[in-house]
Design a protein around this ligand. Structure first.
Ligand SMILES: [Zn+2]
Length: 55
């Protein structure tokens, strides 16, 4: 599953892991996150700014 990285702070959203702290279960696709999702670490970058990395 791909990883999505914040271009500002380097926060990485790994679809395989989700983000327990933010309430996203493992396996939650980036596309399934809310449209108003912003980076949990810097709160600056929006969903569309994230860089996708396939692995
Ligand atoms: Zn960030």
């Amino acid at each position: 599953m791909p990883i999505h990285i914040c271009p500002d702070c380097g926060y990485a959203y790994d679809e395989a892991l989700g983000d327990r702290r933010e309430g996203y279960a493992p396996g939650t696709r980036f596309e399934q996150l809310p449209d108003d999702f912003v980076c949990p670490d810097c709160a600056v970058r929006a969903k569309s700014d994230f860089l996708r990395q396939d692995q």
